[in-house]
Ligand binder design. Structure first.
Ligand code: CMX
Length: 435
């Protein structure tokens, strides 16, 4: 039996009752209005989605089930000799709203390791991808292919009761979280190494196993970095492209595999998760150009050149955040502790001082401060994971935790198919004239 599934089975009936009562009492209460600019402006700020795992405050940053990044680092169980939260403990928190015990976390590690076996045809599918196909496209293909063994799809077609959908969503989610690790390992080892993937260790945790399939598990510091990375990239409330896409596609009762593949395709965009790859490209080019000259004058000149060319500074700005992302700060703390003298970290540090000033003067972006993607690349390259085209895959593994946690609740609460209303410009004009 799965302790997490047992806990969920206790929590779901209570939550269903709570939501039923809440809706009965307040179902017609008004939470906001929508302006024409919001319709043309990416629905920014429109309150329209349910998302249980996390809520984003523009100034404070993310809270996972009401815990800040720092509180998660303090409260969530870590590895025996580590101090970063184990991604298992983050998943438990996102799903249940509760901090798990060390035993509960260990049971999750063991369950994920036990479910990690890949179907042979999925391995062949990855092996047959040309090495020119971006790792995110390979990841999405492989996750889509896991549909072959979806217990949710089978249960749906065999006519199970809607009240039980969550159980099958749970089973697929657990398989997906488990299998995405050897999938990522295979993509990495095929593209950048010898194609040999280390087996999943049944007695090790998720972060260790990810490091191991990539070929980096002999460095405990890197394993700790991955545990931190996987925990903090997991969830960023529901409106971002990857989270919203997973939720939307799942609302059509597409399986967790099909929903997550769609989510990953959104994460692969340069304005979203691909920004971590773009940041390292940007830093390496900048380093080549400025050498060791990190003076204000040289860095500012370089940045203005980019902006004057109509390009963006990757890793800076955010649709919701208006201050420095606490996930950036958690990674900065890690760097200050483990690689304070690394020249690339020093460049990132200097940019943290210079870019906000330049972007503020430039006057366009609503948030001149760094986001999560601004920092991850320099940490990974320090430990030898230098292939930046792979970075978004790591983000994708982590984001799977948040999207799956919500998908389980979507089905537990019986949420319907999503279908917001759209209008043409002509119809909008008519409605505005009438108003
Ligand atoms: N560099 C230059 N210009 C920027 C900018 C940046 N880093 N961030 C925003 N702007 C510009 C926008 O392009 C926009 O210009 P136009 O008016 O010409 O279209 C203007 O400032 C206003 O944008 P905004 O309201 O501040 O930002 P949005 O909510 O539209 O977009 C985001 C948010 C993240 C896409 C944007 O800040 C950006 O492109 N940043 C760089 C890419 C990045 O780091 N993405 C990762 C975000 C985190 C994640 O999802 O992983």
């Amino acid at each position: 039996a799965s302790p997490l599934k047992e806990r969920l089975a206790q929590l779901i009936p209570k939550r269903r009752e709570e939501v039923k009562k809440f809706r009965a009492e307040h179902g017609s209460d008004v939470l906001g209005e929508v302006t024409l600019n919001q319709i043309y402006g990416g629905a920014r700020g429109v309150p329209a989605l349910l998302w249980e795992g996390s809520v984003l405050d523009p100034n404070e940053g993310i809270r996972f089930r009401n815990l800040t990044v720092k509180e998660c680092q303090e409260k969530l169980p870590s590895a025996t000799h580590g101090k970063q939260p184990l991604p298992e403990s983050m998943f438990w928190l996102l799903v249940t709203g509760e901090v798990p015990t060390a035993n509960e976390v260990q049971a999750l590690s063991a369950e994920w390791a036990a479910r990690a076996q890949l179907p042979k045809f999925v391995e062949d599918l990855i092996d047959n991808c040309p090495n020119t196909l971006h790792p995110m496209a390979q990841l999405s293909l492989a996750i889509t292919a896991l549909e072959n063994d979806s217990v949710f799809s089978k249960a749906y077609h065999s006519g199970v009761s809607k009240a039980d959908y969550w159980q099958f969503t749970y089973e697929d989610s657990m398989d997906l979280i488990a299998k995405i690790v050897p999938i990522a390992g295979r993509i990495y080892r095929n593209l950048y190494r010898d194609g040999v993937v280390a087996p999943i260790q049944p007695d090790k945790d998720y972060g260790y196993n990810l490091a191991n399939v990539l070929g980096f598990s002999n460095n405990e510091e890197f394993v700790e970095l991955l545990r931190l990375y996987l925990s903090i990239h997991s969830d960023h409330e529901g409106g971002n492209v990857s989270a919203h896409t997973g939720h939307l596609v799942g609302s059509a009762l597409s399986s967790p595999f099909l929903s997550m593949a769609a989510s990953l395709n959104g994460l692969a965009g340069p304005l979203h998760g691909l920004a971590n790859q773009e940041v390292l490209d940007f830093l390496l080019k900048m380093k080549e150009s400025v050498g060791d000259d990190y003076s204000d004058e040289t860095l500012e000149k370089y940045l203005w050149n980019i902006l004057d060319n109509g390009q963006i500074v990757p890793g800076y700005g955010h649709a919701v955040l208006r201050k420095t992302d606490p996930r950036y700060l958690a990674q900065r703390d890690f760097a200050l502790e483990h690689l304070p003298e690394d020249p690339m970290f020093k460049l990132v540090s200097r940019l943290y001082e210079v870019v906000p000033r330049v972007l503020t003067k430039h006057g366009k972006t609503k948030n001149p401060f760094p986001n999560v993607d601004s920092h991850s690349g320099v940490l990974l390259q320090y430990y030898g994971l230098k292939e930046q085209t792979f970075y978004t895959v790591l983000f994708g593994i982590s984001r799977t935790l948040g999207v799956m946690a919500q998908l389980i609740w979507d089905r537990a609460l019986g949420l319907p198919i999503e279908r917001p209303k759209s209008f043409s410009t002509e119809v909008l004009k008519k409605r505005i004239e009438k108003a």
